[in-house]
Design a protein around this ligand. Sequence first.
Ligand code: ADP
Ligand code: 5GP
Length: 205
Amino acid sequence: MTGKQKKKGQLIVLSGPSGTGKSTVIAELMAQRELFFSVSYTTRGPRVGEQDGVNYNFVTRQEFERMIAADELLEYAEYVDNYYGTSLKVINEKLDAGIDVLLDIEVKGAAKVRQRCPDAIFIFMIPPSFEELSRRLHGRNTDNEAVITGRLEKARSEYKEIPNYDYLVVNDKVSHAVGEIEAILTAAECRVENRKYIVEGDNAL
Ligand code: ADP
Ligand code: 5GP
């Protein structure tokens, strides 16, 4: 590795209530920026249009519990009756290769990542209003009324965790939310501690 290459990738954690538009914003962000999206493991069933290995790795409860016991997960949490978790091995491989990694995870998992990886950037995304969140959950047409009610209730408790995050982004327009996240990531890249490789070592300016 030369002195001009950045050493480790940046870990980025994005949380926000289900239906806020995280997946939509992430897809747009990844079209504009080199990022590795961590495909989580979950025991929830695939929604229409979701693909195994792309949106999630869909596994049984038994397999998920085996992964917990084998310590294969950076973090995991139970969210509205299902397990969700992040593979430790994949994340470490990418970060060690200097690639930025984005996690879309809920608040309890994010708190565990904060303990294990204090240098990560923590971003919370909200919709413009609860009425709009309800509209988006209904409009997505993937969950029944009971599940939607559960997710809306969950959203209220998730908002209480916002003070534990570094940045708050309102997803009113997708392009606006993507622009704000781009700005956050660019600012982080410019931090002196992340740019030492430019001025230190054999190839120093
Ligand atoms: P999440 O990943 O946070 O659960 P999704 O990305 O699945 O949310 O988005 C939920 C629904 O809201 C989808 O139907 C999506 O097309 C829509 N959506 C996302 N962002 C916006 C936005 N800024 N304005 C209007 N609708 C949006
Ligand atoms: P959904 O079922 O809507 O795809 O996701 C439900 C919630 O689980 C979302 O808040 C999402 O951010 C979260 N989630 C997805 N993957 C993970 C994961 O690996 N770990 C944790 N803790 N939460 C996750």
